[in-house]
Design a binder for this molecule. Sequence first.
Ligand code: C5P
Length: 294
Amino acid sequence: MQLDTDGDAGEFARAKVNLALHITGRRADGYHLLDSLVVFPEIGDRLRLLPDTRPRSLALSGRFGPELQPAGPDNLVLRAIEALTSACGVPPLPMGIELEKSLPVASGIGGGSTDAAAALRLVPRALGLDLTRDQLLKLALSLGADVPVCLDQKAVRMSGIGEELHPVPSLPVTGIVLVNPLREVSTPAIFKSLTRRDNPPLPAFPDRFETCEALASWLEPCRNDMQAAAETLCPPITDVLAALKAEKGSLLSRMSGSGATCFALCRPHDAARIAADIEKSHPDWWVASSNRIQ
Ligand code: C5P
């Protein structure tokens, strides 16, 4: 098998942020139907192949690496690689892989999903596998409802349980600050505790969003329908939202996914300053910023 890892810096696995997340129904199998605008900031994990290491081993590094120890075969990155090689009928990956984990675990920004999606981009390139888009999407969905949306890492409207992806108008250059109180939140627990599951879908999109202020004001009447349940199960989320809202230049603040990470949108040049302010007043929180989303 020909391996192409020369000069390969690996894959950046961007965080997935739900700028709005409406729960519109529930399938017979219990999975929830969503309608969500999803974007990707320049904040994420990194995945690299490690030639000359034990096949299928996973080395964990980065701030949150220790939280995923021990890295067993149930890790979503290893499951993604296994699913990929067996679907293509090729031998298992003949080397290890490193996951530099910079995103907090179980935090509503799709950490595990974006890592799995990065593996689905990286490994076919290294092994010279030629998968169709449909094959990749199917593999992604078999790993988790949020994995398909993470394949392209581009702003998209997501519906169904996460498998229906629709283009959105191009977004203005927008800053974003992510804050997590470092409490893990269980996604199934939040879904289970919802009291309403028949909320209206997202409003109609404009042809384009001219400015970040226009994007924020379109988002204003939208919601994250899991936010109230998450605040009840994890009260520090309310403090995070208050801190983000109080910042000068904060255009919109909301929770992402099932939490506990919350975001504020802002003008690009405000992002680093808002992040520094919050880091200073809450050194026990995880704070990250990006001066663009895609
Ligand atoms: O698909 P994934 O494994 O990421 O989902 C984790 C859990 O979250 C599911 O087992 C399900 O309980 C819940 N979920 C849901 N509806 C979705 C996505 C996830 O109810 N659209």
